[in-house]
Design a protein around this ligand. Structure first.
Ligand code: GRG
Length: 288
């Protein structure tokens, strides 16, 4: 199977798992707001990474599906909350009005909370023998030393002088953590060794850093129609970005270096790394 076909197969598996999620007992208003953001498109990169990592370790992608769905729920929660007036105050996401624009702030907050909580319910119910380890990885990535740390620095340090150490911490927390966790969790579920898991962690870190640097660049030079959101906000709001630290040319170079390191980390998987290697390369070329 070529990379594109494989990517589409994984993506379809993630979409179907999300579509089929049980939300038993949820009031219709909450379910509607949750599903609005969860099923609104998106690249499904985090879900795809979960399935691909599981298979790379020799496991069956079906076993990792609850975790692929869970990480997409955690991601959707973070986007809903990030778009709120109290945070980035965005009105467009994935080419559609943001959750609070459609459902109001109260329901948007609740839908985000519900997606985060439901993610952990779904992972806990998976009954996979390594579920607890994989769930712990997701919790750490979403939690106080991961995504929430990155977002806190992003919000509180806005408008300060760009500083590479600080931006590295922001990017690692805000973005790389939630791209590393699905790789590591997928590997755990696929039965990877400790050495392989550490290699996956390095891969996820470098992929995540490159992904966010490219995101910073797209905010400057990307096409809002392709991105499905407005551009130019980072500079307007004094956000701490990698191009603000080193300029656009060096930022491009640094993203490419991270991808080089990401691919090198996969050496331990031999030929089984072909798909994630191609995915890493595609990160540098992405337009959305
Ligand atoms: C905990 C409130 C809260 C926020 C966490 C994730 C986040 C921080 C903020 C969202 C905005 C942002 C720029 C995050 C960085 C990660 C990122 C590039 C998100 C977009 O991910 P894609 O491109 O989105 O994978 P799709 O739509 O394809 O799923």
């Amino acid at each position: 199977m070529n990379t594109e076909t494989q990517m589409n197969t994984y993506k379809q598996q993630v979409e179907q798992a999300l579509e089929a999620l049980p939300m038993a007992g949820a009031p219709d208003a909450l379910k509607d707001a949750m599903r609005y953001s969860l099923l609104s498109g998106g690249k499904r990169l985090r879900g795809i990474l979960t399935l691909a990592a599981c298979e790379m370790a020799g496991g069956n992608a079906q076993d990792a599906l609850p975790f692929a769905a869970a990480v997409e729920m955690i991601h959707a929660y973070s986007l809903i909350h990030d778009d709120l007036p109290a945070m980035d105050n965005d009105t467009l996401r994935r080419g559609k009005p943001t959750n609070h624009v459609v459902y109001g702030e109260a329901l948007a907050i609740l839908a985000g909370d519900a997606l985060l909580t439901h993610a952990f319910e779904v992972m806990a119910q998976s009954r996979h023998p390594r579920a607890l380890e994989a769930l712990g990885e997701m919790a750490r990535a979403a939690g106080v030393s991961g995504m929430l740390a990155g977002q806190t620095l992003d919000v509180t340090m806005q408008g300060t002088e760009p500083n590479m150490d600080l931006v590295r911490d922001i990017h690692q927390g805000k973005t790389a953590a939630l791209l590393t966790a699905p790789v590591v969790a997928g590997l755990m579920l696929g039965g990877a060794s400790a050495t392989q898991i550490e290699a996956g962690r390095r891969f996820g870190y470098h992929l995540g850093m490159a992904f966010q640097i490219v995101d910073d660049l797209l905010d400057i030079e990307g096409d809002p129609d392709k991105l499905g959101k407005s551009t130019g906000k980072d500079e307007e709001e004094g956000k701490l970005t990698w191009p603000a630290c080193v300029g656009m040319d060096w930022a491009r170079q640094d993203a490419a270096d991270h991808i080089r390191h990401a691919k090198a980390a996969l050496a331990v998987f031999g030929e089984k790394a072909a798909f994630l290697t191609a995915l890493a390369d595609a990160t540098l070329e992405r337009e959305n």
